[in-house]
Design a protein around this ligand. Sequence first.
Ligand code: PHE
Length: 367
Amino acid sequence: MENLQVMKSDMLNEVSSVQNMKAWDELRVALLGKKGKITEMLKALSALPLEEKIARGKELNVLKSDIEKALEDKRNQLAEAELNAKLQAEKIDVTLPVRPENQGRIHPVSKIYEEIVAIFGQMGFEVAEGPDIEDQFHNFNALNMPANHPARQMQDTFYIPNPKSADFDDSFVVRTHTSPVQIRTMENKKPPIRIIAPGRTYRSDYDATHTPMFHQVEGLVIDKNITFAHLKGCLYDFVKAFFELDDVPVRYRPSYFPFTEPSAEMDIGCLKSKSELKIGAGTDWLEILGCGMVHPKVLQAGGIDPNEYQGFAFGVGIDRLAMLKYGIPDLRTFFESDVRWLKHYGFNPLDFSSMTGGLSNNGGAAR
Ligand code: PHE
């Protein structure tokens, strides 16, 4: 009978010289398959006398498990080598410049978002976030709009049933404004607070200047001795920076929001003609945002003592700013995902918005 030791070292040599998965599989079949060498030897055991059968059986089983182990190790080694070769072949140099014909565009809403973050970032504001699906406490109650408050009807709210409660007051909403982030911020942070909260908002409305989903940016400043003058200075600096103009006339009209007192709407000066809207000059006015001093009840709802702290807040429509700054006539087109539109109104992804390097990189706004 063959010397098993010699046979084993021959087999191990064969295993170690295998170069690829195909050869590996062939060798596995040749050794351990139904008609494989080791299988045949195991089959032949039955013809031997009992004593010999036991001794030879033991040796063959050791051989079999050693070869199985060697094959398994080899397979892992081959798989790893194959993966490495694949990774090497698929390597992409991410530092290569973009091919001009493949370049994507930045959506105007994203561009305005970046511009707003750049402006307020330089003024020392942090970006805060809240969920799109809100409870009524954060979207209404804590903002001084208790159940049945008439101001709830000002916003055409989409309600979402609460699976845990049939009570309408427990139902959720998709936030109708970014103001709930004011409350969430106060709940988690002690003053001084200086945040902006850009994000998606939802109201049941649809025409050339309204879409059911739109974007707002909320601003909130809370500290000791904050006054309406701080609000005016901050927003005046914002509109100048945003429209990339040395001066923009602004005016404040008294208004009403349940969560601010006093409340105002800010208009900017412009010139409206049949075909053009020019920001910054002329005798016309355009409303761009709502603002006011944070209502004492709102501070209280956020766990802040109104006798110690005051604040101001504002809310701006991001899409509306994009329409104004980049002369886009219909808001609905923003969300139609038409690549031709995006090619026309979109921005170069490599032009970052910054206060020092240029905001829009188009040399000023008000086209
Ligand atoms: N949340 C208001 C709206 O959506 C805007 C606003 C925010 C007004 C903050 C005042 C202060 O219309």
